[in-house]
Ligand binder design. Sequence first.
Ligand SMILES: [Zn+2]
Ligand SMILES: [Zn+2]
Length: 206
Amino acid sequence: MKKRQHRLKFETVSVLDNFLECIFPPRCFVCDRLLETADIRRQRNVHAACRKKLYPVVQPYCYHCGSPLADTETEYCQNCRKHRSFVAEGRSLFVYRGAVQKSMYRFKYANRRRYARFLAEEAMQRWENWMREKRIEAIVPVPMYSKKERYRGYNQAALFGRALSEKMDIPCIPRLMIRVKDTRPQKELNGRERENNNQWPIQKDG
Ligand SMILES: [Zn+2]
Ligand SMILES: [Zn+2]
């Protein structure tokens, strides 16, 4: 019975996958052009030439949040030195500039939901050992304010969380936390406003 349930779940997932392939055909994370069949067969999510436009975050990076640092003299970024943060330990994938900045914009605002798979794969390649060492029991994506999520149609952090959950085989619980306050995007705020903006906007659901 259990086996049958498992198979049913698997079949449902692949039907859903095929359906999503039609609505959201695979596109290159960097240039957003449709991927060639050869790329898809090799499970490439970016064109070989486009990969050169991605700059992975390497040492030195902030020991606290994982942002890249300009020099090796400091352990923490300016933001973590100055402001209180709820992040216990963070890791980053790519430097947020140029092509990545544009890709993240499309991921958030232009329905490029499939980018989540690429990001999850990259996160696995880069940080799997670190994540396993942390013995993570559940992946809880940063929630969006409900009205915002309804308007956008999806929460990109939840898509990433689910994709990572499948690869890591760790449960993803998107509704464990709820955002109780509609906060302004961090990029629009100065330091003091950022601190106030983050005062308990997220709570455990129930
Ligand atoms: Zn490309
Ligand atoms: Zn930092």
